[in-house]
Design a protein around this ligand. Structure first.
Ligand code: SF4
Length: 412
């Protein structure tokens, strides 16, 4: 941790919740979030974006869950995502329940959109049973009309009251695994709303300026709003909302935290897949060994350790360098293209050697020097793995069947 964070206001104590493997609140580091822009039903496209976001600094990624196809997509995405996945629920309680069925690590509910108390309690009860946290995501643009009328607009007090009402519904079913956001597109309103929220609640706060627009204006709004609050010790997780490639959001979030000394600067950026049912190696062990060995080189590279060659190189195609396992061999890849196949025991050594060569010679030169037979070897290993294990190693089909069963009982 850089010394500058000691000069900021002390962080406001909050309860801690867990969004999958990421702790939010309490003494946990402030985390960065972003949101995919793909259709969630496009599983491969969404996963590629999730990996790109993770590589750019996102600790948690949100995906929209607006229809049945999206919920089914989540059942396939969650087990292969390198970071926890939160489902954004719009107007339909059924989508919240389907997302939980899909195995998401968190839900985001907008109190202005999902309004029936019995439905809110139903989702909270279901989330509680599954140990899944919910973000109460109040948004000035979609505030409940009653509150709008009562407070004379989307004032800071109205936004906080909306969160308080939603919390009360959750309390009815004894559900407290909650974080809160009170976003507005007006930076001044957003700052005042979060200050009030931090005095009112002890739940972790998710900071953001909503609909901030394209850079540079959107970046400035996000930085002023989020940065001001963080400097005051308010905020546990952040998201820039930019009209841009979401990778820019994740990068901006990470850079803001680094600038404030709230997160360490990154040289080496190692990402690893979560090691789903398709994994061919001990991903955590290899990732740890790779991290130790590569840190010694101190190179500003993104390096991916992936559990299988079936999906790994494609999912991590944004990484400078990576290795994926397959049939006792390591498939070394640069920008998603296989360059060499090595014995499994040499995976870490091969990564270290190639990282140094990329630093010395550049990516293009290393791609040009690739082993011409490597891609064909990888294709053969991929085909063999699919034949050995089948298509649905994560048993996502069972979750999808339950989602379909649920929707046939509750058609729209
Ligand atoms: S084992 Fe393969 S499919 Fe599973 S998460 Fe890792 S790279 Fe993706």
């Amino acid at each position: 941790m850089e010394i500058s964070s000691a000069l900021l206001a002390p962080r406001r104590p909050t309860r801690q919740i867990s969004v999958g493997s990421v702790k939010v609140g309490g003494q946990a580091p402030v985390s960065v979030q972003s949101m995919t822009t793909t259709k969630t039903a496009d599983v491969e496209g969404t996963l590629q974006q999730v990996y790109a976001l993770a590589a750019a600094g996102a600790d948690i990624v949100r995906c929209t869950c607006n229809d049945q196809a999206a919920a089914e997509g989540l059942a396939l995405i969650v087990p292969r995502s390198p970071v926890p996945i939160v489902a954004d629920i719009h107007f339909h309680v059924e989508m919240a329940l389907a997302a939980l069925e899909a195995g998401v690590h968190g839900l985001r509910l907008n109190p202005g959109n999902l309004r029936k108390p019995e439905e809110i309690r139903l989702v909270a009860r279901e989330a509680k049973d599954r140990g899944v946290p919910i973000r109460i995501g109040v948004n000035a643009g979609s505030l409940h009309p009653d509150l709008y009328a009562r407070f004379g607009g989307a004032t800071p007090e109205a936004l906080v009251e909306s969160a308080r009402q939603e919390l009360a519904y959750f309390a009815d079913v004894d559900f407290t695994d909650v974080k809160i956001s009170v976003k507005a597109s007006s930076v001044a309103t957003m700052i005042a709303a979060y200050r009030l929220a931090s005095e009112t609640f002890d739940h972790p706060l998710h900071l953001g300026v909503t609909e901030a627009g394209p850079p540079p204006g959107g970046l400035i709004k996000g930085t002023v709003g989020i940065g001001t609050l963080l400097a005051e010790g308010i905020g546990d997780t952040i998201r820039y909302s930019l009209t841009a490639d979401p990778v820019e959001e994740a990068r901006a979030g990470r850079q803001l935290l680094e600038a404030l000394g709230l997160r360490e600067r990154r040289g080496l950026d190692l990402i690893a897949c979560p090691s789903c049912g398709r994994a061919e190696i001990d991903v955590i062990g290899v990732a740890r060994a790779a991290q130790e060995a590569l840190e010694a080189l101190d190179l500003p590279l993104q390096v991916a350790v992936m559990g299988c060659v079936v999906n790994g190189p494609g999912e991590a195609r944004h990484a400078d360098l990576g290795i994926a396992a397959g049939r006792h061999r390591g498939h070394l890849f640069i920008k998603g293209q296989i360059i060499r196949v090595v014995p499994e025991g040499d995976m870490v050594a091969a990564l270290v050697e190639e990282a140094q060569r990329i630093a010395d010679e550049g990516v293009e030169a290393r791609l040009a020097a690739r082993d011409t037979g490597a891609e064909a070897e990888a294709a053969a290993d991929r085909a063999g793995l699919l034949e050995d294990r089948g298509l649905d190693v994560n048993r996502s089909g069972e979750r999808i069947a339950r989602i379909r069963q649920r929707s046939s009982k509750h058609p729209d």
